[in-house]
Design a binder for this molecule. Structure first.
Ligand SMILES: NC(=O)C1=CN([C@@H]2O[C@H](COP(=O)(O)OP(=O)(O)OC[C@H]3O[C@@H](n4cnc5c(N)ncnc54)[C@H](OP(=O)(O)O)[C@@H]3O)[C@@H](O)[C@H]2O)C=CC1
Ligand SMILES: O=C1CO[C@H](CO)[C@@H](O)[C@@H]1O
Length: 278
């Protein structure tokens, strides 16, 4: 499934996340396996410290560069105009790429260099054709409103924590109204308890699929871009095997009913206060 971003660029709706995938051969093998089973979008970040392995995996996958969609992110301590441009060059060198598909602001940090300055550097990279699309992560509605009032190039998406226990209805509505896609990180609640919830388990039995596949399908059918991570070849394959079934309206609303507003990660507001600077 392919979505069209607000600048006309096309992006696979299901991608492969690589947070906590060790650099080197582990990352190479994971990326190659992901591409082999059908993923064409890969989501990394400077802070994951695996851009080299990811880049090598891309090279060894044998799939032409233009068929892949590669995302990385500028880390908090590199925020600011010049520092972002430098961080971008470093990421590109590690990835071994001459253009990037999507560059993201990792968190809305005001203390290190305002995220708007960071974003302006990304607009420059976009205008120069070095990135095909730019966007943000972990932005609350007020961060987005502020950025939209300042920017020339609209962010194509906002990558945020999103799973059935934390389904972010207000943010999704705001993004939809503003033609900004929502991309889910931690879509499987980082392997957490939602996979064992009786509602998810019973829907999985009904469709003869696994709980993870049901949750990935729930994201896709809600028009959310989704990037499950696995370093395990069987689960990498399992998480892509979601195109042979469909959840019905009742399944979707039962999963919607699991929302308890329960975050597993930090609240971006805390990053905004500067307390999570790494
Ligand atoms: N912008 C941001 O701030 C953030 C972005 N991200 C991005 O989002 C991606 C996805 O989020 P992530 O935090 O990794 O969490 P996910 O929700 O994708 O969960 C990954 C965890 O679930 C396990 N898992 C994967 N598939 C299955 C399955 N089929 N059945 C059971 N368990 C499974 C994995 O274990 P195993 O590897 O052993 O299979 C791993 O422990 C990241 O990899 C990263 O690219 C993540 C966090 C923050
Ligand atoms: O993407 C992410 C995972 O790693 C980081 C920390 O190491 C998080 O802060 C971030 O949101």
């Amino acid at each position: 499934m392919i979505v069209t971003l607000n600048n006309g660029v096309k992006m696979p709706q299901l991608g492969f996340g690589v947070f906590k995938v060790e650099d080197g051969q582990v990352a190479v093998d994971a990326v190659k396996k992901a591409v082999e089973v059908g993923y064409r979008s890969i989501d990394t970040a400077a802070i994951y410290k695996n851009e080299r392995g990811v880049g090598q995996g891309i090279k060894e996958s044998g799939v032409p560069r233009e068929e892949l969609f590669i995302t990385t992110k500028v880390w908090n301590s590199d925020q600011g105009y010049d520092t972002t441009l430098k961080a971008f060059d470093e990421s590109m060198e590690k990835l071994g790429l001459d253009y990037l598909d999507l560059y993201l602001v990792h968190w809305p940090m005001p203390k290190v260099g305002k995220y708007v300055e960071t974003y302006r550097a990304m607009e420059k990279l976009y205008k120069e054709g070095r990135v095909r699309a730019i966007g943000v992560c972990n932005f609350h509605i007020p961060h987005l409103e502020h950025l939209l009032s300042e920017c020339e190039v609209k962010p194509v998406l906002n990558q945020v924590e999103l799973h059935p226990y934390f389904s972010q209805p207000e943010l999704r509505e705001f993004c939809e109204k503003n033609d900004i896609f929502v991309e889910a990180w931690g879509p499987l609640m980082q392997g957490g308890e939602v996979l064992n919830h009786s509602v998810v388990q019973s829907i999985a039995v009904k469709h003869r699929k696994t709980p993870a596949q049901v949750i990935i399908r729930w994201h896709l059918q809600n028009n959310i871009i989704v990037i499950p991570k696995s370093a395990n070849p069987t689960r990498i394959s399992e998480n892509f095997d979601v195109f042979d079934f469909e959840l019905d309206a009742e399944d979707l609303s039962r999963i919607d009913g699991l929302n308890t507003n329960q975050r597993i990660g930090a609240d971006p507001q805390d990053f905004y206060r500067g307390s999570h600077l790494e």
